[in-house]
Design a binder for this molecule. Structure first.
Ligand SMILES: [Fe+2]
Length: 243
């Protein structure tokens, strides 16, 4: 079939418009479920409004991230656990701890559910973010030299995490703070983690967490993210991890 130049440009315009409304991360997103898949696990509402973290994280990102991406992890986990009697009767933490012995679908979706639940609670509105204090502030200074040096090292680890994954602040077996990163939906609680520990802070560096506002600028997202960290919650986790 012979195509005229005019028709060719019309086709390109349609293709360009389609691309403009469908960023790469959206194309890779799990298909939204029409209703939650029944099972032992469920998605809790966000602990704040969808727009509470704006302008650091925009409302549309929060809706997609929580209602579609996180829901998809919960749905896939419920589906896998319901289909396999050997997986039933176990808590999310128990599944995460032995993720390396479980089917990949369970490792990925149990991790996705745990990580996102933790992530939502790590954040708060910018006006409520606060700053590290007390024992946490002292431990950050002891391990990293200063809060600014810690933030720079955390950003570097998040930026260098190849592809999708997470960057963490953990309390290691020695009781000290350390920064680590994990691929996909793995986390430092998993038996397969290269560096293990108890997470006290974690940031999602999947593109779906930041693409609408920051596009490909992951470093800008990591930098801005400090404005929505709930330092009171991080302090509580640090105290619990040291007990
Ligand atoms: Fe995510």
């Amino acid at each position: 079939m012979k195509m005229t130049v005019k028709a060719l440009f019309a086709g390109l315009a349609i293709a360009t418009a389609t691309l403009a409304t469908a960023p790469a991360f959206a194309q890779a997103a799990p298909a939204p479920a029409t209703a939650p898949v029944a099972g032992p696990f469920s998605l809790a509402p966000l602990p704040y409004a969808y727009d509470a973290l704006a302008p650091v994280i925009d409302e549309a990102t929060m809706k997609l991230h929580h209602d579609k991406h996180h829901q998809a992890y919960v749905d896939a986990l419920n589906k896998a656990v319901t289909a396999d009697p050997a997986l039933q009767g176990q808590t999310l933490e128990q599944l995460v701890a032995k993720a390396g012995t479980l089917p990949t679908v369970v490792r990925n979706n149990a991790g996705g559910h745990w990580n996102h639940t933790f992530y939502w609670k790590t954040m708060t509105a910018p006006a409520k973010s606060g700053a590290p204090s007390g024992a946490l502030a002292a431990a950050i200074e002891a391990s990293f030299g200063s809060l600014d040096k810690f933030k720079a090292a955390f950003k570097e680890a998040g930026t260098k995490q190849f592809g999708s994954g997470w960057v963490w602040l953990i309390v290691g077996a020695d009781g000290k703070l350390a920064i680590t990163s994990t691929p996909n939906q793995d986390n430092p609680l998993m038996d397969v983690a290269a560096v293990k520990g108890l997470p006290v802070l974690g940031n999602d560096v999947w593109e779906h967490a930041y693409y609408l506002t920051y596009n490909n600028r992951r470093g800008d997202y990591l930098e801005a993210w400090w404005k929505v960290v709930d330092w009171a919650e991080v302090s509580r986790r640090f105290a619990a991890a040291r007990r």
